[in-house]
Design a protein around this ligand. Structure first.
Ligand SMILES: Cc1cc2nc3c(=O)[nH]c(=O)nc-3n(C[C@H](O)[C@H](O)[C@H](O)COP(=O)(O)O)c2cc1C
Length: 171
């Protein structure tokens, strides 16, 4: 795999996530065991004069507790379609099933964070959480968004990950 600038391939990555079936957010639990969940929203940009990856995770997700436990995560953008794996990781919880074992997902160890990278993906970011913020009802100004995305009040936590390494994974 080859190191790349976090700014490389951004347009392509957003296209892939928007028109594909999402990307994988991977974090390890308190025992160091990895879990993967599907995400559809990913922001990569500059915050605090550094490259930052922002992900939105509802507190109900097992992934939420993994990120809280380890303080880091990886974001893995599929090469073409990994529809089956994304559907599984987006509908099953790591509380009930070992998704890595069930899908026989190939991994590459993270170089700077505890979470691994997914070997079959095109691009991966290693991220160290530098800030978290809870979306609160009063902070959400659009009633349509609230009604559509938060009917049960499960407001996302925003995790800001300092991108400490970015990789192009070989085919
Ligand atoms: C396409 C797609 C995108 C998703 N995006 C998010 C997201 O950005 N944030 C989130 O909290 N859940 C999102 N989910 C739901 C989680 O992936 C799903 O609840 C998953 O089973 C959680 O796994 P976990 O409990 O092992 O963390 C998405 C699901 C799909 C299918």
């Amino acid at each position: 795999m080859n190191a790349m600038s976090p700014w490389k391939r951004l347009g392509e990555i957003q296209e892939q996530i928007l028109h594909g079936d999402g990307a994988f957010l991977v974090a390890v639990d308190e025992h160091g065991h990895p879990n993967a969940m599907t995400i559809g929203w990913l922001q990569v940009g500059t915050v605090w004069s550094r490259p930052v990856c922002l992900v939105l995770v509802r507190p109900s997700r097992y992934t939420h507790s993994c990120i809280e436990a380890s303080g880091s995560f990886t974001v893995n953008v599929p090469r073409g379609t990994m529809a089956e794996e994304l559907a599984f990781c987006g509908s099953r919880s790591g509380r009930e099933v070992d998704k890595f074992a069930a899908l026989d997902l190939g991994t590459v160890p993270g170089t700077k964070v505890k979470a691994p990278l997914l070997a079959d993906c095109a691009v991966a970011y290693e991220c160290r959480v530098v800030a978290r913020a809870e979306l609160k009802p009063g902070g959400l100004l659009d009633e349509g968004i609230r009604a559509k995305y938060y009917p049960r009040g499960d407001f996302h936590t925003l995790f800001f990950g300092d991108i400490v390494a970015a990789w192009e994974l070989s085919a």
